[in-house]
Design a protein around this ligand. Structure first.
Ligand code: AMP
Length: 508
């Protein structure tokens, strides 16, 4: 099957003068994008990077991200993105974990440069042949894990998505997500393979929904993909500004459970009269989105539906619901298993891979998502939530275990646990509960955010810390998480060491 970069090459050949990317500083044509990709490919070749290697990518938002990825793919390599806004130790960890020796970075005046990673001499893990990218997601045991996705799976996803949605060259896509998140693959490559326009949403518009509203209006964006939490903020900002989006044709909601009331309000207010609304579900391991559901007024008004409607499989995957190893009947709850155009491993983590990617009797590999769902009699799926302790913060995946292991590693912490509670605006909020080593140390809660932010990105740093004399236990001596959530939710300002304000965060 044609790789995504080959498919983009067709857009470049077919309309070299057409606008491919608009970012905060300029418009870039398809011809210019192709030429820049060639520059990156040449740099890699001159540096002796071997096709098949993994290459790091550390880029500020903007048109060069897409050129860098295309250049890396053209050289036969896979990319490993790191977000320059993340703590440096986390960036270094990701690059070292993937055995990356070369990183494509932004040079002065729209140029590209290569840098060596800190672990230049480490013989890192070899990615399997045909790897398109490795995305690191939060790891429950304390360190991020790299999801390995092949060109084959990516191309199957993009092809299936384009066919299902029928999107073409006349669209204008807003691209908001950092390349470190899988949604960025849909937002970037669906427009570029179809010869559409991609508007790279600048940092300041991500932080300020008023600016995003202005951008969507100015650029006459036709496809908007958003995390439901951020969509809610956008709705508020649009209402305050008295703005509407007549050009918008499709709103894609993904990353966490949709809020039907917000979508209904948006539609009722006539903010985008010509738009349809879609819920897209899928883990990074399933290659971006695995299922989709059109959110019609009837679907949005349903009160009897269990969970959140995630619809049916996209063409690149097959979905099964299983419980205790057997397929469940309609109406019964089971874990979502995915097969087909999915990832097939975590990089260099055989044990984790063995647990998450299982083979059936026919030798087919299935990814266990950890999400629970039921199938309606009409065949559509409803997601009921997680079977484990993974949560979403503004659509970004967080393993509480990873945050917890950082908390326990902080100086002065004798014990602790992290829970997710409902925040002041109804969104999930992380609370770090800890037992201080020294009860008289009343500055500890104030020191913890900075110490945890040395490795964790801002969305993973608990928004609040609560000091406890001891962690609550169940009768059988296990941590009583229910009680802990109660304590964490109740204590707006913890006694003793107290609560502290969250550090600033941003959407993925
Ligand atoms: P990520 O790997 O960051 O894309 O996160 C994947 C996880 O986010 C899934 O396993 C679900 O738990 C959750 N998720 C993604 N999309 C949706 C959705 N549309 N509705 C409900 N949960 C979702």
């Amino acid at each position: 099957m044609e790789q995504v970069d080959e498919w983009v090459r067709r857009s470049i050949t077919d309309h070299p003068g057409g606008v491919a990317v608009i970012d905060a500083s300029r418009e870039v044509t398809y011809g210019e994008l192709g030429a820049a990709a060639e520059v990156v490919r040449g740099l890699l070749a001159d540096a002796g990077v071997r096709p098949g290697d993994l290459v790091g990518m550390r880029m500020p938002r903007g048109w060069r991200v897409y050129a860098a990825v295309l250049g890396i793919w053209r050289h036969g390599c896979g990319y490993v993105p790191v977000d320059p806004s993340y703590p440096r130790p986390r960036q270094d960890f990701v690059l070292a974990d993937a055995g990356v020796r070369t990183v494509v970075e932004a040079g002065p005046d729209d140029t590209f440069i290569l840098s060596g990673s800190a672990e230049t001499n480490a013989p890192g893990p070899r990615a399997p042949k045909g790897t398109a990218y490795v995305l690191h997601t939060s790891g429950s045991t304390g360190r991020p894990k790299g999801v390995v996705v092949s060109h084959r799976s990516l191309a199957a996803f993009v092809r299936g998505f384009v066919a299902s949605f029928g999107t073409g060259a006349n669209e204008v896509w807003a691209q908001s997500t950092s390349p470190c998140f899988d949604v960025s693959l849909a937002e970037s490559w669906v427009p570029l393979v179809t010869g559409a326009r991609l508007v790279a949403v600048p940092e300041r518009a991500l932080r300020d929904p008023r600016r995003l509203v202005e951008l969507l209006v100015e650029e006459r964006v036709t496809v908007l993909s958003q995390v439901p939490t951020v969509f809610r903020y956008l709705l508020d900002a649009a209402v305050r500004a008295g703005a509407s989006f007549p050009a918008l044709r499709r709103v894609l909601l993904a990353g966490e459970a949709v809020e039907p009331a917000v979508v209904t309000r948006w539609a009722d207010l006539g903010l985008s009269p010509g738009a349809t609304y879609h819920n897209l579900y899928g883990p990074t391991e399933g290659t971006v989105y695995a299922t989709w559901q059109r959110l019609t007024p009837v679907e949005l008004a349903r009160r009897d539906a269990p969970g959140t409607p995630i619809g049916r499989a996209l063409p690149h995957v097959e979905v099964q619901l299983r419980s205790g190893g057997r397929l469940v009947a309609d109406g019964e709850s089971g874990e979502i298993y995915l097969s087909g155009g999915i990832a097939d491993r975590y990089l260099d983590r055989p044990e984790l891979t063995g647990r998450a990617f299982v083979r059936d009797a026919d030798g087919r590999v299935w990814y266990r998502t950890g999400d629970l769902a039921v199938r309606d009699t009409d065949g559509s799926l409803h997601c009921l939530g997680r079977a484990d302790r993974q949560v979403k913060v503004r659509g970004m995946r967080v393993e509480l275990g990873e945050v917890e292991s950082r908390l326990l590693g902080c100086a002065g912490v004798a014990g602790g646990a992290v829970v997710s509670v409902t925040g002041p605006r109804g969104e999930p909020m992380l609370v770090g509960c800890f037992v201080p080593r020294d009860e008289t140390d009343d500055t500890l809660a104030r020191r913890l955010p900075a110490e945890m932010a040395e490795f964790l990105p801002s969305h993973m740093v608990p928004a609040r810390f609560v000091a406890l004399p001891a962690l609550p236990l169940t009768l059988s001596g296990k941590l009583d998480r229910g009680r802990l959530e109660e304590l964490a939710g109740r204590r707006r300002s913890g006694s003793g060491t107290g609560a502290v304000a969250p550090p600033g965060g941003r959407a993925g």
